[in-house]
Ligand binder design. Structure first.
Ligand code: HEM
Length: 208
């Protein structure tokens, strides 16, 4: 287990939880509740929240960008160093394209998330219809999470419990006689081999 990538993963996922949790709460808890108070009170509450929540939004964006980029660079380096798919694994599996799409979507999410707690005149149009733009931002953030899970699945494959539980990576490597992830098709071949369920204990030969 590599402690650096584990720390990066923890930081990345925690920051995503904070940012998306805030968006969900604002859209489905706070905004509907604020329709019950008058406009002046609503504005005061928005301003009071803005001052307190802004540092969290900026912090989450910073952590997501830093940990996400570091994660990508470390993973890209490993793919190259270990020669996965003869160095073409990123392209063969569309990981690169998925990362690009995720990155762009994440930038749009960051823009709306910070505009929703900002006060610049240029982004006032977003705060003029908070419910609509919060929904859009949430939808995009969900798409980002779906893309992230897809990217991860490209190089982790199915989790398989052996007889003693856990993931069978070691056994797969031994069986195929080659490191599982060096070959971009290894995951697909493994799944096609029908080996998805843990092998049952061979039945004892009937006594003659
Ligand atoms: C709205 C912002 C973002 C959200 C909600 C988000 C969410 C996530 C989540 C939940 C994962 C874990 C996926 C899993 O383990 O199944 C992940 C992984 C990752 N994220 Fe992000 N992320 C965001 C922004 C970014 C940015 C800006 C970058 C790059 C600069 C980035 C790069 C990555 C990378 C490289 C991984 C690892 C994927 C893999 O396992 O192959 N993310 N992200």
């Amino acid at each position: 287990m590599d402690p650096t990538t584990l720390l990066l993963r923890w930081a990345h996922i925690l920051a995503a939880i904070v940012a998306m949790g805030g968006l969900f709460f604002a859209r489905f808890g706070l905004l509907p509740a604020l329709t019950e108070v008058d406009a002046a009170t609503r504005d005061r509450i928005h301003e009071a929240i803005r001052r307190r929540w802004l540092p969290w939004v900026i912090g989450a964006i910073t952590v997501l960008l830093a940990s996400g980029l570091a994660n990508f660079l470390i993973f890209n380096g490993r793919v190259k160093a270990e020669g996965w798919g003869d160095g073409a694994w990123m392209r063969q599996t569309s990981y690169h394209a998925l990362f690009g799409a995720k990155f762009l979507l994440a930038l749009v999410v960051f823009y709306f998330a910070s505009a929703l707690v900002g006060r610049g005149a240029g982004t006032q149009w977003i705060r003029n219809d908070r419910a609509k733009w919060l929904s859009v931002t949430l939808g995009l953030a969900v798409a980002v999470v779906l893309l992230s899970g897809w990217m991860r699945q490209l190089h982790t494959g199915p989790n398989m419990s052996g007889s003693g539980g856990g993931v069978l990576v070691e056994e797969i490597e031994v069986e195929k006689g080659e490191p599982r992830y060096r070959d971009s098709d290894a995951g697909s071949r493994f799944r096609e081999s029908g080996d998805e369920t843990p092998a049952a204990e061979p039945a004892a030969a009937p006594a003659q």
